[in-house]
Design a protein around this ligand. Structure first.
Ligand code: OAD
Length: 256
């Protein structure tokens, strides 16, 4: 791993900033899992999912109701790609911070696989490794083995369709998790923003919420977009490269 001298300087600045902080949380997006081999959504990379597929067909209630088979086939294709995927050094560096809350837009479970306690991970966009009933009044939920995902099927409890337990465009975020994430961001010394284009709201609004409540912001992203504009320190490198160095020796005090 070679880190250029400009990034080295910024890393030193970010480490100094972090060392003075007691309340630190992470807010991550698809870039965190990129080096585990999972495609992001909006990179210039031609593999990015929304360069190849139409989110209105595949990630909306209208798209599901119009053609549920197409949606389930696409999610099952994605799920098979998740089978056998491993956490990368960025997940492991975060997992080495047992007191740090992980707010994530990612629907994978690589933070948990790396050793973060499930209650420390706030999944704002749900889980691709579960199905739930499409009927909002039914609480049927099932774990999915990504190697052998289940075909389109009806809910065994109410007869509506089962669907991936992810948040689609136009849907609300899981309310309790979203409330917890907002409260946390109103009481931070520093928000560590990792690998997100910060374009999907309301999740992306956590960065400015934290800033309005006097939190500092450190961004880790090789192509920092909107998040970079809000950063006190912007580390333009890959998460797997930068986070292990950034967090080496850092430890949140208890009670944070
Ligand atoms: P995006 O694909 O929009 O952004 C990914 C970000 O990761 C970009 O800023 C990249 O520069 C950065 N990136 C790429 N490789 C990286 C690496 N190795 N290390 C660090 N950063 C890297 O993904 P999100 O911001 O997560 O919604 O997208 C937000 C939401 O849009 C997703 O949760 C998803 C999607 O529609 C749902 O699934 C509901």
């Amino acid at each position: 791993m070679v880190i250029d001298s400009e990034l080295q300087d910024r890393l030193a600045q970010a480490r100094e900033l972090l060392a003075a902080c007691r309340r630190v949380a992470a807010f991550s997006g698809a870039g965190l899992s990129a080096e585990s081999g999972l495609a992001t959504f909006r990179d210039p990379d031609p593999d990015a999912l929304w360069s190849r597929f139409d989110p209105t067909e595949l990630a909306s209630v209208a798209g599901f109701e119009e053609n549920p088979q197409r949606v389930i086939d696409w999610y099952n294709w994605r799920r098979r790609r998740y089978a056998g995927v491993e956490p990368n050094p960025a997940h492991r560096a975060l997992a080495a911070q047992p007191r740090m809350i992980q707010i994530t837009q990612n629907v994978d479970n690589l933070l948990e696989q790396a050793g973060v306690a499930p209650q420390q991970v706030y999944h704002l966009h749900g889980s691709i490794l579960h199905d739930r009933c499409h009927n909002p009044d039914c609480d049927q939920r099932e774990a999915i083995d990504p190697a052998t995902p289940q075909a389109l099927r009806d809910c065994p409890r109410c007869g509506d369709r089962m669907r991936p337990a992810v948040v689609w465009f136009g849907e609300n975020l899981p309310e309790a998790t979203w409330m917890r994430a907002q409260s946390l961001c109103m009481a931070l010394d520093c928000l560590l923003v990792i690998g997100t284009s910060a374009t999907v709201y309301p999740a992306a609004g956590l960065i400015s919420l934290a800033r309005r409540h006097h939190s500092r912001v450190i961004v880790v992203d090789p192509n920092p977009g909107a998040a970079g504009d809000e950063a006190d320190v912007c580390l333009a490198g890959s998460a797997a490269e930068v986070l292990p160095t950034l967090l080496d020796g850092f430890e949140l005090a208890s009670g944070t």
